[in-house]
Design a protein around this ligand. Structure first.
Ligand code: DOR
Length: 437
């Protein structure tokens, strides 16, 4: 295995409290040593002066379309997009076809991830059979499988039946597994297509009220208190949900939360163009909500930035707004959006950005990622230029789908190199082929 000496970068490693100019030697899959000036000792020297060296990014929320829609995204193509975005681990959502509700499917996802060999692929399992919210999925089997599933969700849908939610939590708690919710009361959402408010009225589109998210978040927090289950709230998008989470955490409830780059970067103003690529679930909200999400990312209420990477084929998105499926790709723009929208304007520090993109999500999943980058620790590392400018060009995205409303957007922050378990997966922004690990 190759040895690399990263020379002269700014090492930001929140897990060990480090933020300073240091060399880093990677050898045999681990960080062999760090120090002010290390000896080359036969290693390939990579000059990273001016760049940030940080633990590899971890995405809690990636939709791959394998099995079922390999034309939209395979585990290999999602892994390549993830590596290009600076990720060394992704947690795959179970709303595939068939749904990942049994050991057979999650084991397949896990095995295909190993075969691609570019990132750690952590399979999430469904809470209910077929994600229908009626019968429990084969949870115990998935926990004990080689995929060692620890996060369960019916993402794409919220669990509508409160008794079912309670029973699943009671079962999950015996494995100390995570109940992850897509908070949406479907009766209240009533087939809406965008955020309900002045803009939906002006545009004449049916809206989804904030309360559809907030009621379910509050219900789940009550049930997490009742059952003792670990609860994770996916893609929270409203000021009200952020406040509900803030209060629950102050009370000591075991709840964590994530927010997406599109919810901290965009508002429902985006919908004025009727661009189907801006259609997403939960919908883009108001400026007040966006600002509240930024505040909650800054003050520690939200633990992780998660992409909700949701590829959709061009022919499915290139239709009238109402017929387009919700979702946008996000693995390759998340770091740059975090830097451009949160760090450069001074809302959060670079260290906090690394916490949100790496340390926090890694802790939730219990992965050996997120640092520390000290001697003997696995070398999952991203190197990025925090100031490097680039323009989002669909033709350059590694994901098989290009559905992003950020096309043409100039962003500041560029991934240079990614190391997965000591192996270079991205060099100078170019993804290298994976191999069996
Ligand atoms: O916008 C979304 N797209 N939200 C979801 O919850 C599901 C996702 C998808 O699978 O396309």
């Amino acid at each position: 295995m190759s040895r690399y000496l990263l020379r002269g970068g700014r090492v930001i490693d929140p897990a060990s409290g480090v933020d300073e100019r240091r060399d880093l030697l990677i050898e045999e899959g681990v960080v062999a040593s760090t120090g002010a000036t290390l000896d080359e000792a036969g290693a390939e020297v990579i000059d990273v002066a001016g760049a940030v060296v940080a633990p590899g990014l971890v995405d809690l929320h990636t939709h791959v379309r394998e099995p079922g829609r390999e034309d939209e995204e395979t585990i290999a193509s999602a892994s390549a997009a993830a590596a290009a975005g600076g990720y060394t681990a992704i947690c795959t959502m179970p709303n595939t076809d068939p749904i990942a509700d049994s050991a057979a499917i999650v084991e397949k996802v896990w095995a295909l991830g190993r075969e691609a060999g570019l990132v750690e692929v952590v399979a999430a399992g469904a809470l209910s059979k077929g994600q229908r919210g009626e019968k429990m999925a084969d949870i115990g089997e998935m926990v004990r499988s080689v995929a060692r599933v620890r996060l369960f969700t019916d993402d794409g849908h919220g669990v509508q039946n409160s008794l079912f939610a309670r029973r699943v939590m009671e079962y999950l708690v015996t494995f100390d597994a995570i109940y992850a919710e897509h908070c949406e009361d479907e009766a209240l959402a009533a087939g809406g297509m965008m955020h309900e408010g002045e803009r939906s009225m002006a545009l004449g589109m049916r809206g989804i009220p904030s309360e559809a998210e907030e009621l379910m978040a509050a219900r789940d927090i009550a049930l997490a208190k009742l059952t003792g289950c670990r609860l994770h709230l996916l893609h929270i998008s409203t000021a009200g949900t952020a406040e509900i989470v803030r209060r629950a955490r102050a009370e000591g409830v075991r709840v964590t939360a994530e927010a997406t780059p599109h919810h901290f970067s965009l508002t429902d103003a985006e919908l004025e163009s009727y661009d189907p690529n801006a259609k997403v679930n939960p919908p883009l909200r108001t400026e007040e909500d966006r600002a509240a999400i930024v505040g909650a990312l800054a003050d520690g209420t939200i633990d992780a930035i998660a992409t909700d990477h949701a590829p959709h084929a061009l022919e499915e998105k290139d239709v009238e707004f109402q017929y387009a499926p919700p979702g946008m790709v996000g693995l390759e723009t998340s770091l740059a959006l975090t830097l451009t929208e949160l760090v450069h304007p001074g809302h959060i520090s670079l260290t906090r950005a690394i916490e949100l993109l790496s340390v926090g999500p890694s802790r939730i999943l219990g992965l050996p990622q997120g640092g520390p980058l000290t001697s003997g620790d696995p070398a999952h590392v991203v190197v990025f230029d925090p100031d490097g400018e680039w323009t989002v060009d669909p033709a350059r995205l590694r994901s098989l789908c290009k559905n992003t409303p950020f096309v043409g957007r100039k962003l500041r922050g560029r991934v240079l190199h990614t190391f997965f378990a000591g192996r270079l997966t991205v060099r100078d922004g170019v993804v290298l082929a994976g191999e069996l690990v």
